[in-house]
Design a binder for this molecule. Structure first.
Ligand code: CA
Length: 541
């Protein structure tokens, strides 16, 4: 990698076999610029865009990350701007004959002694925040719950200083959907598993309309969580003494808006506020305890990517992912369309043939899903990605996949599945999700994420109400302009002011501070919260 003085012309090559490099200078470089080694720019090349390092005849393979990201559509002399319009994208790698477990697991020394202050839950998980979440079975109740949450925050929350927040788990599902379609399992288990996220302290409170397809017992059936079941048993016993308790649905705490007992809007609000009280009391009695860093469950993803994502922020996240794995924590990476073109790298890194097979199964499922909509993985890239220098999804995927670091892939989750249900308690995991920022974040929440890392090059103010989101800028220029939105500036790597390793360690330490509640992320500071978006591959009615 070439780095150095910011005023000199700078280019960054990712691999010695690459025949293109990207221009690193803010504002790009004009035609005629001569690099120290004598390469002269034929065209003006914007920042982050590719320059041909050698003469590329028509149909020549263009290599970046030592991977063919496309073939030239015409003759391009050395020094030319290599952009999307002169590149033909290769076909997606076949899912047959992939290398399986061919990469020897790297030696990764354990990293003991790192801790944070977290909330231990009865089910063994650990929260980084102490939040009352109110689950909704259906979108119909969203306005009422929002009204009630405003009331709870104003009237009750100040009396429970150890509770961080009250969050309505609003979503668009629950009715008007083909709920018995095979793929309906995805949104339903996603919503169930989000309810059980470690940051909600195993408190489960549900608001239902009454007539919806997704009935509370279907969302949270007996057996869905031991702690909830224990409360069900207690409630079932007390039901004998307290017959007629409207909220007692086999021990699940449900407020049903259509219950005959509700006369007028305010009676619904009063019931929800009143029912929140006992949950808040239990949450408020909890205290942070010192727990090992292995209790972290970190979800990583990127959004609004540019060419620097795969040069600065994502490699630093990958280095940090290795640190987390060495500390015994769990790290999830996701975004099917952004790893599809690197599937051979991932199956090669699988810890077992079964894991490689599971990964191939997820890719094949998604290929079919996209095919049904008559598109392929190339539908992923945005105008901003291309403006930022990413010519196509192959190039974007190579930059995205480095977030996974170098550890063996020790587990695979289907969309909406929970790590604990699959017996996964540590290591690097591939959680299959769409790359859509909101859907990926929602599915990682369902998996059990208690900390989120999000890298961005173009810039997005992304945040979630449910977990802290640490945002990493890929370029110094973005980090400067969005100084009160970006938590880490990985652009210093391209500036030659920090190494990938240094930024990776900075992230690791910041994660422990944020997880402990000692530091707030900018998204938390400003309360920037994106909506939960359930992935529903099944039909609506
Ligand atoms: Ca994303």
């Amino acid at each position: 990698m070439v780095v150095g003085n910011r005023s000199a012309p700078l280019r960054i090559r990712m691999h010695e076999h690459d025949n293109v490099a990207i221009v690193a200078n803010d504002g790009g470089l004009p035609a005629g610029t001569v690099f120290p080694d004598g390469l002269a720019l034929v065209d003006t090349v914007p920042q982050g865009h590719k320059v041909a390092l050698v003469d590329l005849p028509a149909s020549a393979p263009v290599r970046r990350y030592n991977v063919v990201i496309g073939r030239t559509t015409r003759n391009l002399p050395a020094g030319s701007w290599v952009h999307e319009r002169v590149l033909e994208m290769p076909e997606a790698r076949s899912l047959d004959g992939l290398p399986v477990c061919t990469v020897a697991a790297p030696v990764m020394a354990p990293l003991p002694g790192y801790t944070f202050e977290g909330y231990r839950n009865a089910d063994g998980s650990v929260g980084t925040r102490n939040i009352l979440a109110i689950t909704q079975t259906v979108q119909c109740v969203a306005g009422v719950v929002e009204f009630a949450v405003r009331r709870i925050k104003a009237d009750l929350l100040p009396r429970y200083p150890n509770v961080d927040d009250v969050v309505a788990l609003e979503h668009g599902y629950g009715c008007g959907v083909a709920i018995d379609a095979p793929d309906a399992v995805v949104p339903i288990r996603t919503l169930r598993n989000i309810t059980l996220n470690p940051n909600f302290g195993n408190e489960v409170m549900v608001v239902s309309l009454g007539c919806e397809k997704l009935q509370p017992e279907r969302l949270l059936p007996p057996g869905s969580l031991a702690v909830v079941d224990a409360r069900r048993t207690i409630a079932a016993d007390s039901r004998v003494a307290e017959a007629g308790n409207a909220g007692d649905r086999a021990g699940l705490d449900v407020v049903c808006l259509q219950d005959a007992g509700h006369v007028g809007f305010m009676s619904m609000i009063d019931t929800i506020v009143e029912r929140a009280r006992s949950h808040l009391e239990r949450l408020d009695a909890r205290r942070r305890e010192t727990v090992p860093a292995s209790a972290l469950v970190v979800g990583v993803q990127c959004g609004g990517s540019d060419t620097f994502s795969g040069v600065t922020a994502n490699p630093a996240v990958g280095f940090c992912a290795d640190l987390l794995v060495r500390a015994g924590a769990t790290v999830m990476f996701s975004e099917v369309t952004e790893v599809r073109d690197g599937i051979d790298q991932l199956t090669a890194r699988a810890a077992s043939p079964e894991i490689a097979e599971a990964m191939i199964r997820e890719m094949a499922w998604y290929d079919t899903y996209l095919d049904r909509g008559r598109v392929d993985r190339s539908a992923n890239t945005t105008p901003g990605n291309k403006q930022g220098g990413l010519s196509n999804i192959v190039e974007k995927a190579m930059g995205s996949i480095v977030k996974s670091g170098s550890a063996p892939i020790g587990g695979v989750l289907s969309p909406g599945e929970r790590l604990r249900d699959r017996g996964i308690e540590r290591g690097l995991v591939y959680a299959a999700t769409p790359a859509s920022d909101f859907i990926c974040g929602t599915l990682q929440l369902a998996a059990g994420m208690n900390l989120h890392v999000f890298t961005t090059g173009r810039g997005t103010p992304y945040g979630l109400a449910e977990v802290p989101v640490i945002k990493v800028a890929t370029r110094t220029e973005l980090a400067r302009r969005w100084h009160d939105l970006m938590d880490v500036n990985a652009g210093r790597i391209a500036d030659g002011e920090a190494t990938v390793e240094e930024v990776g360690w900075e992230m690791f330490r910041l994660m422990l501070e944020v997880a402990s509640g000692r530091r707030k992320t900018w998204a938390e500071h400003w309360k920037l919260h994106n909506a939960l978006v359930l992935f529903n591959p099944a039909p609506v009615t």
